[in-house]
Design a protein around this ligand. Structure first.
Ligand code: DHE
Length: 545
């Protein structure tokens, strides 16, 4: 289907591979290019094109662009496509003003050459990059600070390559910790002691929250580009094993939880659910089973969910579940038995039963679902449900999750709510709350991207209240102030939003009182540069959402 501007914007972030040196390949049938032209085009490709077309140009949400296809089309044809775009979602790079005519010509020639392949990254490469700043023997044996660790928030400072640890009780910054470039998500160990942070540049940081001033204790590069990390949560395995997935190379690594020592690397290359080979199935969301000592790993392009048994890394047992292509983000239902995850460009929510290790359902929803980890609540009519919003349209799909007492509604969209519009990234509620919050971060209308919709769970037929979160932050600067990702405190009586401005502009975090739906506190410390994701320790540790 057609791709909206919000969806385009979402996939268009520059890949860290843009900075990697790679050799020019020669294709005698392609139009000539100098080494300098090739290098420039390669960088532009990784900044603008790789997100949709893939590093190897084998196609993902965008079409395949390998020379066997492109040379035949020829430079003139390709220039029209690049310059003017297509209704299917290819951006109009020339008429939008992003590229000049010379750049369009350059890219049309570049994609007729063989794609340069970034280097692989082995277990040995990982081990070589690993640093243990504080070895286990020198770490605290008990909590050395007076923080209420359960209510600490780890906040992504996207463009400064740091996270802010914020005390949720006092709202004070505890520490700003250096992490990877364009840092992406934080996850907690089962005990809540260790915090894992992954950067887009595949730098993994391990932070010990027991230290007097929590800080990095270990660090490792797990590849060249990454988005996900998780830790073992099954009884008896708490804090033992960590896992991180990479976009490049397409693989995941299992590590010791307290030192990051890499133990096993597994490639995700292989067949798609349509039985075609894919050389670059990027690892998207990873969750940790509460039913078995297993991780669930989303291989985006193949549409396979790997269940990885971590009890015996030497004799590793994995199960691959065929689902739908373009797996992205997701979380558990309220019982933490079912993994609900988006196959985003397939417009589906995939449901996996982690107890039986089987696909439970594929649920068609609105265009390009994007749940984050989703939102669980009790629907007044349909019982336990899980909800997702999306990038492609304003619909919010509410899906029944109780196959025992509400069998006829299980794995069906029982209600479709109407939000403010497309461009939504995250939705959130809390077991103690009756509010369902929905952001619209990437909606092209600033009024919509700067505000959020809040539904009353007790009466979902009532239209949502719209709250202008950016206005609460009272930022004088002009420029985009995108409001992103609701996250609750431990108690479930506050919900935190990021007001995400450009790197050189003032950003903020707005804390809203959940009951009154009014702004309560604004955190606008200058060090909070481009805050996006926020991860409350307790809620992340226990999969409360
Ligand atoms: Fe994310 C989660 C990938 C852009 C903020 N993001 C995820 C996950 C993946 C992913 C695979 C799930 C991880 C998991 O659960 O293990 N994100 C990508 C991309 O590939 C993409 C589209 C483009 C890119 O080049 O990176 C992308 N993401 C963004 C952003 O632009 C966001 C809004 C701002 C930012 O910080 O970069 C963003 N992504 C987030 C957040 C989460 C996330 C806050 C975790 C949400 C949660 O509640 O768990």
């Amino acid at each position: 289907g057609q791709v909206t501007p919000a969806e385009q914007k979402y996939q268009g972030a520059p890949s860290p591979l843009a900075k990697e040196p790679m050799h020019q390949t020669s294709n005698p049938k392609a139009p000539p290019m100098t080494q300098a032209e090739f290098d420039r085009a390669r960088q532009i490709y990784f900044e603008r094109c790789a997100g949709c077309h893939g590093v190897l140009r084998k196609g993902a949400t965008g079409k395949a662009l390998t020379p066997d296809l492109t040379v035949e089309k020829g430079t003139e044809y390709l220039k029209v496509f690049i310059g003017y775009g297509s209704p299917a979602g290819m951006p109009n790079w020339l008429t939008s003003g992003d590229f000049d005519a010379a750049t369009v010509d350059l890219m049309a020639r570049y994609i007729q050459h063989d794609p340069p392949t970034p280097p692989e990254f082995s277990l040995e490469d990982m081990e070589k990059s690993r640093k243990e700043y504080i070895p286990v023997a020198k770490r605290p044996t008990k909590k050395m600070n007076n923080y209420n660790i359960n209510n600490i928030f780890s906040v992504t400072l996207r463009d400064s390559g740091e996270i802010a640890l914020i005390d949720g009780d006092t709202k004070e910054i505890i520490n700003i910790v250096k992490t990877g470039y364009a840092v992406h998500i934080s996850r907690l160990s089962a005990s809540g002691r260790y915090l894992y942070v992954i950067g887009r540049d595949a730098r993994l940081n391990l932070i010990d929250l027991w230290m007097e001033k929590p800080d990095n204790v270990a660090e490792m590069k797990i590849g060249l580009e990454a988005r996900s990390v998780e830790t073992s949560k099954f009884k008896g395995w708490e804090d033992k094993i960590a896992i991180a997935g990479t976009y490049w190379p397409p693989q995941f690594v299992l590590m010791d939880g307290d030192t990051l020592k890499p133990r096993k690397v597994v490639s995700t290359r292989g067949m798609t659910v349509d039985n075609e080979y894919h050389p670059e199935p990027r690892v998207a969301a990873i969750v940790s089973s509460h039913q078995k000592p297993e991780f669930l790993v989303n291989a985006k392009e193949t549409g396979k969910i790997w269940m990885v048994d971590y009890t015996d890394l030497e004799n590793l047992k994995t199960t691959q579940i065929d689902t739908a292509k373009f797996l992205h983000d997701g979380g558990f239902d309220s019982t933490r038995r079912y993994f609900m995850t988006a196959a985003n460009a397939s417009d589906k929510i995939v449901v996996v039963d982690t107890k039986t290790s089987k696909l439970a359902a594929l649920v068609p929803v609105g265009k390009t679902p994007h749940p984050g980890r989703g939102a669980n609540f009790k629907h007044p009519k349909f019982g336990p449900v899980w909800a997702t919003s999306g990038l492609g349209d304003e619909s919010i799909a509410v899906i029944g999750t109780d196959p025992v007492k509400n069998k006829q509604h299980a794995w069906k969209v029982v209600q479709s709510l109407k939000g403010q519009g497309g461009g939504s990234l995250f939705i959130k509620t809390h077991p103690k709350s009756t509010n369902l919050w929905v952001d619209t971060t990437l909606n092209p209308d600033p009024k919509i991207s700067q505000s959020v919709a809040v539904f009353d769970i007790r009466d979902l037929d009532k239209p949502p209240q719209i709250i202008d979160i950016a206005a609460c932050a009272k930022i004088a600067d002009d420029g985009a102030k995108r409001v992103v990702q609701p996250e609750y405190n431990q108690k479930g009586d506050e919900v935190w939003f990021s007001v995400w401005s450009a790197m050189n502009k003032q950003s903020a975090i707005v804390v809203v009182d959940d009951k009154t739906r009014t702004c309560k506190t604004v955190l606008n410390d200058k060090r909070l540069v481009t805050p996006t994701g926020k991860f409350n320790v307790y809620n992340t540790q226990h999969d409360v959402y």
